[in-house]
Ligand binder design. Structure first.
Ligand code: WT7
Length: 635
């Protein structure tokens, strides 16, 4: 029996048991048989959640790009590795074979080297979904530089914060990007950001929209001429198993974004192994994940996991609504996509437009459907199942996080019977636990609690860049000897998990993880604002949307409130990005606070959700009178 590819439910249980009874033997076997190592490990695992310190495959030497590219050159060199589908449906798709990818990555790596980038240096990548993005990521990995991809929808300020936090020497960007019918001036955003960043020495600029941009002497270089002159082969740098592969920022409930650090060997083994099983990828399949590479989903399941398995992975530059709402299905038909992985928010947005868009296209190639990013509601689940999968393609509702690196709780298609809204069973090697308010693990089924993980898995983030204490406080302090996810979950009568949502101040809007504190800090910078509080409320398409309560300096502020609302959303757009804009802004004379001065968000959440029949205990409030006023003026 090959433990690498699980096909039946009994096989799942058997392999799962093996993986938790003897994790080291299990993971060593997977790592040994399915990857290329320059040197094998001395020790499979050492860990201590109290420090916390986690090491997998210590002593091993490898390069992840050798696993993603070089080893396929003889067996599938002419197979398409990356299938690029442009924003404009009339522009031709690009089929980049493994051989071509090899050459492009090597040339790019040579350019990085020429520009003085060395092992361990941080390189920020701020690019749209064009092939250069995947190539840049892999080129960094090839020379051992740590990539920090910043989603190209983030504002100049958000970019600057991330560039500075990781002390990046280089930024890779493009002149601009296409987004549906619009173009975006990416280079202009980079120029704005870099006014605040002294660490950046070089900016490499890819040409995408042929716009006129400023090139700063001595800093900015056009990428293409450098690539044309670069050497077409570049030997992969030999990396240690625990060398950082990348930093990726995610929002916390407080403070600055957290630069999650993922390391090389464990991340590679786990993303490759999950990819193979969760999507049941077969050699001739075409796999498409619609996420942006700026998020962890794109890192793990557009680039590393698929390429490690020699897969064909689609990269789509555009949006689901351009030129119309049938674009996704048109692409599925055109490229005969076999596995399709998207977010519940996209499903809801498409469902709203009606089934006619789906019906126009032949979707018979689809074998497996996936969702990720937030809980999927029952209606969206059935719409997806009925209209896209035609009830024949199992839906894998995959629960995981930026911090976990790979999929943690998920059905295995054709093995695990699915159940709407349930992520179902822990993946191989994953040991979840539900905890009660007293910090005790809850045993048995038909229970709910806070979701933790009791044992390390190979792709767990190892630290927060530059702030190990925060890593410890955030994930390992709530419950002794356990990784705390920040999510609540319930376990049904057969042991299936359903993720019920965040239990902290993180709100998931259209699948994007947003911390309330940074948005509040931004609003508070507005000269008319005293303070603010943000909560989530249910939204048909976005899952959750943001509701802001804002207290102004002058009571009876005479200025037009709609203008103020616009200004507030404008600063949020500038400082963070349009994804963090508030759907509703209510002006208040004060916010409900406890005697210790903490804003009681529980109450604000209920008001925003229009659920005020029982506000719970308000006896500890310092200013109970504001509650009635806020309720009276609720939007
Ligand atoms: C949070 C992590 C993992 C890639 C995308 C998001 C929520 C994620 C599910 C799911 C219910 C989900 C959780 C988690 N989440 N997938 N299938 N069902 N909730 O990564 O930005 O790090 O967000 O997304 O709340 O903690 P992220």
């Amino acid at each position: 029996m090959s433990n690498y590819h699980i096909k039946h439910l009994e096989e799942y249980y058997q392999v799962y048991r093996k993986s938790v009874r003897n994790p080291e033997v299990f993971w060593a076997e997977i790592a040994e048989e399915h990857f290329m190592w320059r040197k094998k490990w001395d020790k499979v695992l050492s860990w201590d959640f109290s420090k916390p310190e986690i090491k997998w495959f210590e002593g091993a030497k490898l390069n992840i790009t050798e696993n993603c590219i070089d080893r396929h050159l003889y067996t599938r060199g002419d197979k398409t590795a990356i299938l690029f589908e442009p924003n404009n449906p009339n522009e031709e798709a690009q089929h980049i074979t493994y051989k071509q990818l090899h050459e492009r990555v090597c040339r790019f790596a040579s350019v990085l080297y020429e520009q003085g980038i060395r092992k361990g240096d941080r390189v920020c990548i701020y690019l749209p979904m064009i092939p250069e993005l995947a190539v840049a990521v892999l080129a960094c990995a090839r020379i051992g530089a740590i990539h920090s991809v910043v989603f190209a929808g983030f504002s100049a300020n958000a970019l600057a914060t991330r560039v500075n936090d990781a002390d990046c020497k280089m930024v890779i960007t493009s002149d601009g990007s296409y987004r549906g019918a619009k173009t975006i001036d990416l280079k202009g955003i980079v120029d704005e950001a870099l006014k605040q960043c002294s660490c950046v020495e070089t900016v490499l600029v890819a040409k995408r929209i042929n716009s006129k941009i400023n090139m700063k002497e001595g800093r900015d270089l056009w990428l293409q001429p450098l690539l044309d002159d670069a050497y077409h082969d570049f030997p992969p740098e030999e990396m240690n198993a625990e060398d950082p592969l990348f930093i990726l920022y995610t929002s916390g409930s407080t403070g600055q974004p957290k630069g999650m650090v993922h390391t090389t060997a464990g991340y590679m083994v786990y993303t490759a192994y999950t990819f193979k099983n969760v999507f049941q990828y077969r050699e001739e399949d075409v796999y498409w994940c619609t996420a942006d590479i700026g998020w962890i989903t794109g890192h793990s399941y557009i680039i590393y996991g698929p390429l490690c398995n020699g897969a064909t992975t689609v990269m789509f530059e555009g949006v689901p609504s351009y030129p119309d709402f049938s674009r996704f299905w048109q692409i599925v038909e055109k490229h005969k996509v076999n596995q399709f992985y998207t977010a519940p928010t996209a499903i809801r947005a498409l469902a709203k437009e009606g089934v006619s868009h789906v019906e126009k296209h032949d979707l018979s190639s689809i074998k497996v459907l996936g969702t990720v990013g937030e809980p999927i509601n029952e209606e969206a689940w059935h719409w997806y199942d009925d209209n896209v999968g035609k009830k024949k393609a199992p839906i894998v509702d995959t629960w995981w996080q930026t911090e976990t690196g790979g999929i943690m709780i998920t059905p295995i298609p054709f093995a695990t019977p699915t159940k709407p809204t349930y992520a179902t069973l822990p993946f191989i090697g994953i040991q979840p636990a539900l905890m009660d308010e007293n910090g005790e693990e809850i045993s048995g089924n038909q229970v709910d609690g806070r979701l933790c993980v009791k044992f390390p898995w190979p792709s767990i983030a190892r630290t927060i860049w530059g702030n190990h204490q925060r890593y410890k406080d955030t994930y390992f302090s709530a419950y002794e000897n356990k990784y705390f996810t920040g999510d609540g979950a319930l376990r049904d009568e057969v042991g299936y998990y359903r993720i019920t949502g965040r239990v902290d101040d993180v709100i998931i809007v259209s699948g994007h993880n947003l911390g309330t504190a940074p948005i509040e800090d931004t609003i508070n910078e507005h000269p008319a604002v005293v303070e603010s509080a943000i909560v989530g409320f249910p939204h048909d398409i976005k899952g959750s949307a943001l509701y802001g309560y804002v207290t102004l300096k002058e009571t009876g502020e005479t200025r037009n409130q709609d203008n103020l609302r616009k200004e507030i959303n404008q600063i949020i757009t500038e400082q963070i990005g349009p994804i963090a804009k508030l759907d509703k802004i209510q002006f208040t004379n004060g916010l409900p606070k406890t005697r210790s001065g903490k804003i009681m968000r529980r109450i604000l959440r209920k008001i925003a959700s229009n659920d005020t029949s029982n506000l719970g205990d308000t006896s500890t409030l310092l200013n109970p009178e504001v509650v009635q006023e806020i309720m009276d003026n609720a939007l």
